[in-house]
Design a protein around this ligand. Structure first.
Ligand code: HEC
Length: 175
């Protein structure tokens, strides 16, 4: 009992510290605005990958691809369309406070949070080509869900697959 109380007291002291230690500026639709187009891959003002959704609902290739990859490897825990489940947090919320580098390292290395009597495990995907060859796609898709206007479900219209995406896929999946 004492131990348990001591742990929760420590958690109350240290948790906010850890959280604020990792505090990052919130991602917003404005920050995610595409300012550069590199052969169908869009970048924001900081050079991070981002989405582009046309007025008629057509999404860029990477957003569409990320939708498919997410629903192949992430949705079992994080819920359809990133809305979360009883197993794992809603990424449409998480992504608002997470930068690109943090996202990449969590997905590559995984994370284990043992607390409150239950163990939450985020598996490491650093060895899984079906995920790491498409990390940008998944990032862009989730970013579009979190701060963009990507609706739930399969995007109705998509841009053609750019040559750069074909080349990257061939070298990553083949290598
Ligand atoms: C086996 C279940 C499972 C699968 C599959 C899974 N995750 Fe997770 N993920 C978790 C759990 C549980 C957590 C919370 C871990 C924690 O509490 O530290 C998590 C946390 C995360 C976080 C951090 C969220 C935050 O709020 O800090 C990100 C980002 C993430 N997952 C991305 C992904 C992506 C992308 C995929 C697919 C490639 C994926 N996850 C697949 C279980 C899973």
């Amino acid at each position: 009992m004492f131990l348990r109380n001591a742990i929760s007291v420590l958690a109350m002291i240290f948790l906010p510290l850890t959280i604020s230690g990792h505090a990052q500026a919130q991602d917003t639709k404005e920050k995610a605005a595409a300012v550069k187009d590199e052969d169908g891959k869009y970048l924001d003002a900081e050079g991070n990958p981002t989405f582009k959704i046309q007025d008629d609902g057509t999404v860029d290739w990477y957003t569409f691809s990320g939708y498919r990859r997410y629903h192949a490897d992430c949705h079992v825990c994080h819920g359809p369309d990133g809305v979360g489940s009883s197993y794992a947090p809603p990424l449409i919320n998480s992504m608002k406070g997470m930068d690109y580098g943090t996202f990449l390292s969590i997905v590559a290395e995984g994370r284990k949070n043992v607390g409150g009597g239950k163990e939450n495990v985020m598996p490491a995907f650093g060895e899984n080509k079906n995920v790491y060859c498409y990390l940008d796609d998944i990032y862009v898709y989730l970013r579009a869900r979190a701060v963009g206007d990507a609706p739930r479900g399969r995007p109705p219209k998509k841009a053609d697959k750019p040559q750069a995406a074909k080349d990257h896929e061939a070298s990553c999946m083949g290598g």
